[in-house]
Design a protein around this ligand. Structure first.
Ligand SMILES: NC(=O)c1ccc[n+]([C@@H]2O[C@H](COP(=O)([O-])OP(=O)(O)OC[C@H]3O[C@@H](n4cnc5c(N)ncnc54)[C@H](OP(=O)(O)O)[C@@H]3O)[C@@H](O)[C@H]2O)c1
Length: 342
């Protein structure tokens, strides 16, 4: 299906930073798109009558009740409003994914809608198993994004990077439904591709998430501080290597992907070789904080289970020894429990 046709190709669940960015940009480029939101966010977007994106893409996009004409984002709280035959991409936080899946699955896809498919772009590897359990493995298109953004207290979304969005079939490569989704994203100005192995991308992203979140949450370090300090980089590399070894036990080889740390190189190179590339000198004072660090500092729940709990469980099943991942999982579980006031 052409991305410029009026019939929808994609729909989204979760109207936060990513959901508003993806849905807003598709609508801005004339596509028909539905965005399933929580009651409170649906009410505020419909009251405002628009999605406002700022940062590297500054625009207002009309937001109206679904179904919306092409060029507007159709907002709904009812999964029965999700169109037939589309790919629905879940963009809730990992800890809200189970309830969002249950809500959607109760009403969508309708019987006979054989073309409908689902994806989740959450950090961690757990999402695809959860989607497969609810919708069936054949409906799941694994995916990952490094599009970056955040939603401010005023509800406005700041897009910091369009990054790259990866979609691909579980067994590798592309398919007509993946090609249609990539066309739709590219037509909206969102870089997207189907890699040879989506599993390699997912594990490479998991390596970086484990390293960055594990170190940054504990050290309260920004990205530039982490990559500029040899001790923090040693800790990061230990988490990257353990995650890569866990992937290797499932026959997945991590890779070096554009606009992303060279995970394959980090996993296989001697540590001193990587550390020798750090520019000596004072550490930057600031720099943007990784999302999980922002969450803990704002007393929001962290995606501990979806990132660290799931990785450690996979390592245990495969017989891979992961002491650094286990240590981080345990500490972050404790911090998260304190944050939640359990
Ligand atoms: N932001 C990034 O730069 C980035 C990059 C790569 C990956 N990710 C991953 O992508 C995921 C989403 O990130 P985000 O930054 O967009 O998070 P976010 O801004 O917190 O947005 C999550 C959205 O999900 C909504 N939600 C929760 N439960 C729901 C349900 N049952 N039905 C419908 N909507 C529901 C939330 O509702 P409310 O509006 O009521 O809060 C919120 O709008 C996370 O797993 C994150 O790790 C994010």
């Amino acid at each position: 299906m052409s991305a410029t046709a009026s019939s929808p190709v994609l729909a989204f669940v979760g109207a936060g930073a990513l959901g508003q960015s993806f849905a807003g940009l598709l609508a801005k480029h004339g596509q028909a798109v539905t965005l399933l939101a929580t009651q409170r966010t649906a009410a505020s977007l419909l009251a405002a009558g628009r999605i406002r994106l700022q940062g590297i893409v500054a625009c207002d996009i009309p937001a109206v009740s679904a179904p919306a004409p092409p060029g507007s984002v159709g907002i709904t709280t009812d999964p029965a409003d999700l169109p037939a035959g589309v790919g629905t991409i879940f963009l809730t936080k990992g800890h809200d994914l189970a309830s969002a899946i249950a809500h959607v699955r109760a009403a969508w896809p309708r019987p006979g809608d054989d073309a409908a498919w689902v994806a989740g772009l959450q950090n961690g590897l757990a999402k695809d198993d959860m989607l497969a359990a609810a919708f069936g493995a054949s409906r799941v298109v694994p995916g990952a994004t490094i599009l970056g953004g955040g939603r401010g207290a005023d509800g406005v979304v700041t897009v910091t990077s369009l990054g790259m969005t990866y979609l691909g079939e579980m067994a590798g490569g592309s398919s007509p439904r993946v090609d249609a989704a990539i066309d739709a994203l590219m037509a909206a100005g969102i870089p997207a591709e189907a890699p040879a192995s989506i599993q390699s991308v997912l594990w490479s992203k998991a390596c970086n998430a484990a390293g960055v979140f594990g170190v940054s949450v504990l050290a309260r370090a920004s990205g530039p501080q982490l990559s500029g300090d040899p001790n923090l980089m040693r800790a990061y590399l230990a988490l990257v290597r353990e995650t890569a070894a866990t992937g290797a036990a499932s026959d997945v080889t991590v890779g070096n992907y554009p606009n992303f740390p060279p995970i394959y190189t980090y996993a296989v190179s001697p540590e001193e070789e990587t550390l020798s590339k750090i520019t000596p000198g004072p550490l930057p004072r600031g720099g943007s904080l990784p999302s999980m660090t922002q969450d803990v500092l704002a007393s929001r729940p962290m995606e501990v289970e979806q990132v660290f709990g799931d990785l450690v469980a996979r390592a245990e099943r495969a017989g891979v020894i992961v002491p650094h991942l286990t240590f981080v999982r345990n500490i972050l579980r404790g911090i998260d429990r304190i944050t939640r006031g359990d």
